[in-house]
Ligand binder design. Structure first.
Ligand SMILES: Cc1ncc(COP(=O)(O)O)c(C=O)c1O
Length: 492
């Protein structure tokens, strides 16, 4: 079990140990029944006092994550999902646990789709709205015309024709990139990972929005970064707080999703985009601008990307095509310049020697055709209908105390419950009815908040969306009415 300790961090050492073990448990890296190191061993391993470890273990025990058994040791508890699970094997302590790893957290590894579930947890688009049929035909055609494609490596940087086409496509977002400044990645997730591998080492400071995209937290934590978080308001990342943090800690990286932020759906105003860039320029930081779905706007077009106003190469822009086109093709585009770009290209070579040529050629056909524009138009219309449906259901059925942010685009809706309600607990109840959502706690990189959740309205058809959202409202109602602000929920 790898626990990264930062002595200069804002939060206490015991809190860091606590959070790290919570992350390991929630990520499935520490499974039910696993024996934790003794207080003495862990304090020695981490170079902290016994009291620090005792404090962390006490908090974990109070919150029902672990149990100490007199004379035997401390063990990871079953999660509260137990009631709906098929039951997992209890692991004995084994030699594998003593093999040192460098993973802090991989919460996405836990999100499995079980057929039949009403999946409101998945920030993906209903397969019925994606061009599977067309892509299926084209892939057959591609292979029959050029089967030799399978016997070649593509360019490490990505297929030149695709980079040419993406140069044109990115103009829509104001991204001024030449084909030489584009790198094709295996989804944006690889873009984030390549940046982290290249520029983030233990103790380097990374600033993220709070809440933020859990997959990015996993990556930065995995590099041992010290993560600082900046809350978002209706105009995006709070730049006053960002400025203070930057003055004090000079972060190396600022990770942001300015357009239809995941999970809140918020759009960063044009003014804030400018301010965030000014701050990054003043302290010579890198901004990662992650843009998986700015094509999906329901009212007005969002402001131009931060990359569009970046004249000195501070912004690494990531455009994912998974969400809007074909997740299984694993195509993302990274736009950067100068020596930052060259180093990322080297990291890509080390990682995988280039993305699969076949899926690049496939996406190229789609991007170049008029289908792309028509497809995005269709998605905007279909997803607006689903968003409106959920908003209407929430207005009709949710109990008082439940609030939400109305997204002007993207795939997600961020819902807040009264502060004493724990949405991890609500998820246990929802799963009994075969409904899933993303609990808000997964989205906080530093201090976790438990009373929110992300509902994705993009994956289920309208009938299932209706069924799921209505049932969730009634779970909210019974949870709120059965607890009071003074209850201390035993669930995490
Ligand atoms: C904000 C954000 N960035 C990146 C990703 C990774 O997407 P992919 O690697 O499929 O492009 C996701 C996936 O959910 C996301 O929500």
């Amino acid at each position: 079990m790898h626990i990264e300790i930062h002595r200069k961090a804002e939060i206490s050492l015991s809190q860091q140990i606590y959070l790290s073990i919570v992350d390991h448990i929630r990520s499935g890296l520490l499974q039910e029944g696993t024996k934790l190191p003794s207080v003495r061993d862990l304090s020695k391993q981490l170079g902290v006092s016994l009291v620090t470890v005792v404090k962390a273990y006490n908090k974990l025990e109070q919150e029902d994550f672990i149990t100490s058994v007199q004379g035997k040791g401390t063990f990871v508890n079953a999660e509260k999902k137990e009631e709906v699970d098929t039951g997992q094997k209890i692991l004995d302590f084994d030699w594998q646990l003593s093999v040192q790893d460098y993973l802090s957290r991989a919460q996405f590894a836990r999100f499995h789709h079980i057929p039949g579930e009403i999946q409101l947890s998945s920030s993906m688009i209903d397969p019925g709205l994606l061009p599977n049929q067309y892509l299926g035909q084209e892939i057959r055609q591609l292979l029959s015309e050029n089967p030799r494609m399978l016997s070649q490596y593509g360019e490490i940087q990505g297929d030149l024709q695709l980079r040419n086409a993406m140069t044109e496509y990115l103009k829509i977002f104001g991204v001024p990139a030449a084909p030489d400044n584009l790198l094709i990645t295996n989804g944006s997730q690889q873009g984030i990972d390549l940046i982290a591998r290249t520029f983030v080492g233990p103790g380097d400071v990374v600033v993220m929005e709070a809440p933020t995209y859990p997959g990015a937290i996993d990556v930065f934590r995995g590099r041992g970064a010290t993560i600082l978080s900046v809350p978002v308001d209706k105009n995006g990342m709070r730049v006053d707080i960002l400025q203070n943090l930057c003055d004090k800690y000079k972060p190396k990286i600022i990770y942001t999703m300015p357009t239809f932020h995941n999970p809140t759906g918020i759009v960063m105003s044009a003014k804030r985009r400018r301010q965030v860039l000014d701050i990054a320029e003043s302290i010579q930081s890198i901004i990662i601008e992650d843009d998986p779905w700015s094509e999906i706007y329901f009212e007005k077009k969002p402001p131009a990307s931060i990359k569009s106003i970046d004249h000195y190469g501070h912004v690494i822009y990531l455009k994912g095509l998974s969400k809007t086109l074909a997740p299984s093709c694993r195509i993302g585009i990274l736009a950067a310049s100068g020596s930052i770009f060259n180093r990322l290209l080297a990291a890509k070579a080390n990682a995988d020697l280039g993305s699969p040529l076949l899926t690049q050629k496939l996406i190229l056909l789609f991007i170049k055709s008029k289908r792309m524009t028509d497809h995005m138009k269709k998605l905007r219309t279909a997803l607006k209908i689903r968003r409106d449906l959920v908003l209407e259901l929430l207005s009709q059925h949710s109990p008082s105390g439940v609030t939400w942010v109305t997204p002007e685009g993207g795939l997600n809706l961020w819902i807040s419950l009264p502060s004493w309600i724990n949405t991890n607990h609500i998820l246990v109840e929802a799963k009994k009815q075969q409904i899933t959502f993303l609990p808000g706690s997964a989205c906080y990189p530093v201090e976790q908040e438990n009373h929110q959740l992300r509902l994705s309205y993009s994956y289920m058809n309208e009938q299932l969306l209706r069924q799921g959202a209505t049932a969730l409202c009634s779970i909210f109602r019974s949870e709120i009415s059965s607890t009071t602000a003074h209850d201390n929920s035993p669930y995490f």
